[in-house]
Every structure is written in structure tokens, then in C-alpha cells.
Design a protein around this ligand. Structure first.
Ligand code: C2O
Ligand code: CU
Ligand code: CU
Length: 455
């Protein structure tokens, strides 16, 4: 395809960029000089973080923070972001979960050319679905996401949702040592297993934060797993919490239950009824505390549970006419031990491993779907490690699984458990070449990715 031209940055003066500050934050989100062409100027740049007290971590951030600045827009409206690359290497932005035209999908050599240092690219698309989404690069992903290039994108409902309060919580663990220095983002031994985990967990870039919430109110917590590896087993002991949306898509509200497994790339919208002032709740990953939720006095009258969120306009697949395709996700032991050149390949889909250095991989899609055709994908995990399987460009409906009870729901990422077989279905209504991959970043980079063409 022909790519939209990248633009060379004319000069920083015109862009409203903050000067080099001593405090670590070197750039922030600029005010657009020309509001006719874009609503946000989002800059990716180096940023020193103090993740470990008394130590500096040389992170990379969007809009002067890591995780990046929260972008917001309304369902059905246009989001226009001038993305400016102030890093020393090429990058892109991919808008995870947004159903948009291929030219805006941010995959280098598939949807656009990489944005080189000093260049900018105007992203401009309509956000058809309300919910909690996020953005990240699709280049050198283990390092770029690992250093902090991840950020939330919130698409508000067309009409007020009934939640008077909300908080966005980006969950990320950092690959840093006790002095705050980065450790390897991807270690071969781990990439061939569950993925390389960071040591220091954080919410919105802070380890073990205390979040204050208004007593008696119902607060929408938008939990976004922006981590490269970890599946969080989320629980809130003693809390009155209900699930309102999964991965951006509304579900009939139901209690949180014991543990919700939130894989990399996935989102969970919870409603929490905040207990009496002075109470502390613990948001946990399994038995480990991630944050303290502290209830503080509120002058407002007590809130009630809002109604279910309105469904997103995702096409309903017709199972009776759908064509079934099978995808096996395998561990490639032989590939892993052979004396190959190029990047390691530990994983494969239907016997094929994606090579992140081969720009032509997308020319060999693993499946070609007919535009507006109905499809069932049978996803089979042949390994003992779980894979959050993600599709770009379209949302799919999870139908069933041989391992767990599924209430069918729409999503863009399904956490395929060890040795699990699950079925998903969707209408192939978005033409293009779409990435289909595991969101454990070092699985993706060592083979677990493919392209799906819709023509
Ligand atoms: Cu979060 Cu290929 O995407
Ligand atoms: Cu995506
Ligand atoms: Cu995986």
C-alpha cells in the first residue's frame, strides 16, 4: 500500500514545547498551534523517573509522563493526535482496541512508515466504541513499552454514563534493579517460557500508591494492564465491586468475585462502592498488594449503582453461516534449539513463526478473510503458558472454552489459558492487514504473531 508521508518537524518553537527542565520532565503535551488540524500534540521523549526512591530511571514517556498522558475523546467523534517523535529511534503509535482504518493502526510497514526521530505523524480517526483503551508503539516493543511508552485512551460514552467519579489505573511492572537501572526487557530463557517479568510493580508509575476515594460514592475504576508480561489476578477483598465492562466492551454488571485474571493488553472497568470514611481496601494481584484504596469523607449524597453501560455498535456474527478457521499456538522447541541466524523464534502459529525483522511478513497473511464474511476462529493453546491473544482492527465475540464457563462478550484480547481451546467469532467488516498476536511482548517478538488479511 502507499503510505501517508511522514512529516519533518519544522522547528520546536512553533510547537509549544516546554524547555529542558531540571526536574526530569523535559517535554509535555503541547497546545496545538493550529486547532484546525489536530486536538493533541503528543510527544514521545526521554524522561527521568524516580521509581526507586533516591534513584533515577532513564525512562521514555508520552506527554512528559510514564505511563503516558491520558487522552480522552467521545464515542463517535474524531480523535486527532499530532504525534511527535523526540526519541533517538523510530517509533509509531498503535491504538489498542480501537476499530479504525488501517492507515491509522500504527504498525510499521503494514499501516505506515516508522516515524523517525524529529518527525511527526498525524493520527486522525473516529472512535466508534466507548470504553477504556490504550496506546503504545509497535516497534522495538519490548524496549519501548518496557521503558514506559504506554498510555491510556478513554472514549467517553455519548451520553453521561451515570458514574459521577472515575479513576484510571495503569498497571505496569518495571524491569529495574534496586538502583533504578533498567535490566533486560527480554531474556531468551524467559521469552521461551512465561515472558520476562519486571521486578517493580506500579500503578500510574507509582509503587504501592494510596488512592483516595470519596466515601459512599460509586467510583468507576478503569484498570488497564499496560504491562508487557504479567497477568494480574485482581482482587479487592472485602469490597463491594461490580464488573461493568471487559476490554472496553460493556457487560451485564456482575460481582467482581474472587480473582479476575487481567492479561497484558486487557482492561477491566469496575464499579466500586466506596466504604465509610477512614476505611482502607487493598487492591491486590493474587496475595500481593498493588495499591491501597483509602476512603475519605465526601460531602455528596451517597451514590447508587449506575445502570449497565450501553453496548458498543459491534456487528453480531451469524454462527450459522460462519466459516471456521483453526489456529494452533505452539511452543517451537526445535526452532529454539537450532543454530538459526536472526531473532530467536520460540513460538509459532500454525507452524509459522513471525520474524520481527522481516518487513515482508505481512505480505504472507496466515488467513485471508472475505470482507463482511462471518468467521469462527478456534484458538488452541498447545503450551503450558498462557497467551493473551489480540486482534487489531476488529472486535470479536468470545463464544466458549473447554476450560471455563464463558458468558459470551465482545473484546479485542482473549486470555487463552494453558492448554485451553476457545472459540471466538466476528464479522470481518474492516478491510486491511491486521496483526493477530500474543500480547506477552517477548512471545510476540519471538514468533507468536501473524497477519490476517480482510479483502
Ligand atoms: Cu496492543 Cu498489536 O497491540
Ligand atoms: Cu492492538
Ligand atoms: Cu504468549
Amino acid at each position: 500500500m502507499a503510505f501517508t508521508r511522514r512529516q519533518i518537524l519544522a522547528g520546536l518553537g512553533a510547537l509549544g514545547i516546554a524547555g529542558l527542565g531540571a526536574g526530569g520532565v523535559r517535554y509535555w503535551l503541547g497546545r496545538p498551534e493550529n486547532a484546525a488540524s489536530h486536538d493533541y500534540e503528543l510527544i514521545a521523549a526521554p524522561l527521568d523517573l524516580e521509581l526507586v526512591p533516591g534513584h533515577k530511571t532513564p525512562a521514555w514517556g508520552y506527554g512528559g509522563q510514564a505511563p503516558g498522558l491520558e487522552l480522552r475523546c467521545r464515542q463517535g467523534e474524531r480523535l486527532r493526535v499530532r504525534f511527535i517523535n523526540k526519541l533517538d529511534e523510530p517509533t509509531t503509535i498503535h491504538w489498542h482496541g480501537i476499530r479504525l482504518p488501517l492507515e491509522m493502526d500504527g504498525v510499521p510497514y503494514v499501516s505506515q512508515l516508522p516515524v523517525l526521530p524529529g518527525e511527526y505523524f498525524d493520527y486522525d480517526f473516529i472512535t466508534p466504541d466507548a470504553g477504556s483503551y490504550w496506546y503504545h508503539p509497535h516497534t522495538a516493543s519490548s524496549e519501548q513499552l518496557g521503558r514506559g511508552l504506554v498510555g491510556p485512551l478513554i472514549v467517553e460514552e455519548r451520553e453521561p454514563s451515570g458514574f459521577a467519579h472515575e479513576r484510571t489505573l495503569c498497571l505496569k511492572s518495571w524491569h529495574v534493579d534496586e538502583q533504578g537501572a533498567f535490566t533486560d526487557f527480554s531474556v531468551p530463557r524467559e521469552a521461551a517460557r512465561e515472558g520476562t517479568r519486571g521486578r517493580l510493580s506500579s500503578i500510574n508509575g507509582v509503587a504501592l500508591p494510596t488512592l483516595e476515594l470519596p466515601a459512599g460514592q460509586v467510583v468507576r475504576l478503569r484498570l488497564i494492564n499496560v504491562d508487557s508480561t504479567i497477568t494480574y489476578r485482581l482482587n479487592l477483598p472485602g469490597a463491594e465491586a461490580r464488573i461493568y465492562a471487559l476490554d472496553g466492551n460493556p457487560v451485564a454488571p456482575r460481582p467482581l468475585g474472587k480473582d479476575y485474571w487481567l492479561g497484558p493488553g486487557m482492561r477491566l472497568d469496575l464499579a466500586l462502592r466506596v466504604p465509610a470514611a477512614g476505611t482502607e481496601l487493598s487492591l491486590r494481584n493474587g496475595p500481593l498488594r498493588l495499591a491501597t484504596l483509602k476512603s475519605v469523607a465526601s460531602a455528596q449524597a451517597a451514590g447508587d449503582w449506575p445502570p449497565a453501560l450501553p453496548a458498543n455498535p459491534v456487528a453480531e456474527p451469524d454462527l450459522a453461516q460462519a466459516e471456521t478457521l483453526r489456529f494452533n499456538f505452539e511452543w517451537a522447541a526445535m526452532l529454539a534449539s537450532s543454530n538459526q541466524t536472526g531473532p530467536a523464534r520460540y513460538w509459532q502459529i500454525n507452524g509459522q513463526a513471525w520474524d520481527i525483522n522481516d518487513k515482508a511478513c505481512a505480505d504472507r497473511p496466515i488467513a485471508t478473510l472475505k470482507k463482511d464474511g462471518h468467521y469462527i476462529f478456534v484458538l488452541r493453546n498447545m503450551a503450558q503458558y498462557q497467551h493473551p491473544i489480540h486482534l487489531h482492527g476488529m472486535s470479536f465475540k468470545v463464544l466458549d472454552s473447554d476450560r471455563r464457563e464463558i458468558v459470551p462478550y465482545f473484546t479485542d484480547t482473549y486470555l487463552l489459558g494453558k492448554n485451553e481451546t476457545a472459540r471466538i467469532a466476528f464479522v470481518a467488516d474492516n478491510p486491511g492487514v491486521w496483526m493477530f498476536h500474543c500480547h506477552v511482548i517477548d512471545h510476540m517478538e519471538t514468533g507468536l504473531m501473524a497477519a490476517i488479511a480482510v479483502v
